[in-house]
Design a protein around this ligand. Structure first.
Ligand SMILES: NC(=O)c1ccc[n+]([C@@H]2O[C@H](COP(=O)([O-])OP(=O)(O)OC[C@H]3O[C@@H](n4cnc5c(N)ncnc54)[C@H](OP(=O)(O)O)[C@@H]3O)[C@@H](O)[C@H]2O)c1
Length: 252
């Protein structure tokens, strides 16, 4: 991508100005004042095939995107205070969620596992940067090396506004929702996303785990329509979407 270098982008963490150029336009909005009452700026991200899949049916997703998408993901980790994933991603990928492909700090790792079904054997619970395990039920305060945080349910799902308030209360105000599809979709449905970064790779699977799942829309007009900025991360494209906490009409 053209424009300012990564150093100038990373300096925004320390109060630096938004640099000119493509990287500044892409990442600058993450440093805007929070819109949500929870006090967080939240960016969701997925890498999907042309037909909207983020993994095969068996859960294999490495790698849908190319090197540019992997670098982009690590840049988001470096710029955000917290990286958040759903239990399904930990189960399928056992990810480290650390910053390795670029300069920058590791974010605090946050795992949503309301019924505490993940064993302590996964890497995020065994050491490395701090991890918060978000659950809905009472129980022990530690899960391996992770701190357990209890957050109420809102109906059948975790109260994501409460999750964000909890993170903001710990000073974790720039939040990167890294996946998977269920988790990003629930943040979208709850009106909890400021930005959405979607990488589309030139791959057709014809089957697999969907990127976005929302309640059924009866008409095209019921869909959430937005504008996007397209960035070339050949061979993929990266779509930067300003959701500004919009909620799909079918979720109202
Ligand atoms: N291509 C990509 O960009 C990408 C990124 C990440 C992951 N992946 C792939 O995606 C797959 C996993 O994605 P996924 O969509 O199946 O699962 P996921 O989003 O990783 O995890 C979903 C699970 O997290 C818990 N959860 C998340 N949000 C919740 C909420 N608001 N309330 C309550 N529980 C919540 C629930 O756990 P319980 O059901 O246990 O209650 C839910 O079933 C894996 O195959 C992984 O490799 C791909």
């Amino acid at each position: 991508m053209s424009g300012a270098g990564w150093d100038a982008v990373l300096a925004m963490r320390d109060g630096g100005a938004v640099p000119a150029g493509e990287l500044g336009r892409l990442f600058g909005p993450l440093f805007a004042a929070p819109r949500g009452a929870d006090g967080c700026v939240v960016v969701g991200r997925l890498a999907q095939t042309l037909d909207g899949r983020i993994a095969t049916v068996s859960g294999s997703s490495q790698w849908i995107g190319g090197a540019g998408d992997i670098l982009h993901t690590h840049r988001l980790r470096a710029l955000c205070d917290a990286v958040l994933v759903g239990a399904g991603t930990v189960r399928a990928d056992d990810p480290r969620l650390t910053t390795r492909e670029c300069e920058g700090p590791n974010p605090v790792r946050v795992v949503l596992d309301p019924r505490r079904r993940l064993s302590v054997e996964y890497g995020v619970f065994r050491g490395g940067p701090p991890t918060l395990l978000v659950v809905a039920e009472d129980g022990p305060e530690r899960h391996g090396a992770a701190e357990v945080v209890r957050v109420p349910m809102a109906g059948a799902e975790l109260d994501l506004a409460a999750v964000l308030r909890m993170l903001a209360g710990r000073g974790l105000r720039r939040v990167f929702v890294e996946g998977g599809g269920v988790t990003v979709s629930r943040f979208l449905a709850a009106g909890c996303l400021d930005r959405l970064h979607v990488t589309v790779a030139p791959v057709l699977l014809g089957s697999g785990i969907p990127a976005f799942t929302l309640p059924e829309a009866a008409r095209i007009a019921d869909g959430l329509r937005f504008s996007w900025t397209v960035h070339d991360i050949s061979p993929d494209v990266l779509l930067d979407i300003a959701l500004d906490r919009a909620r799909p009409g079918v979720c109202a």
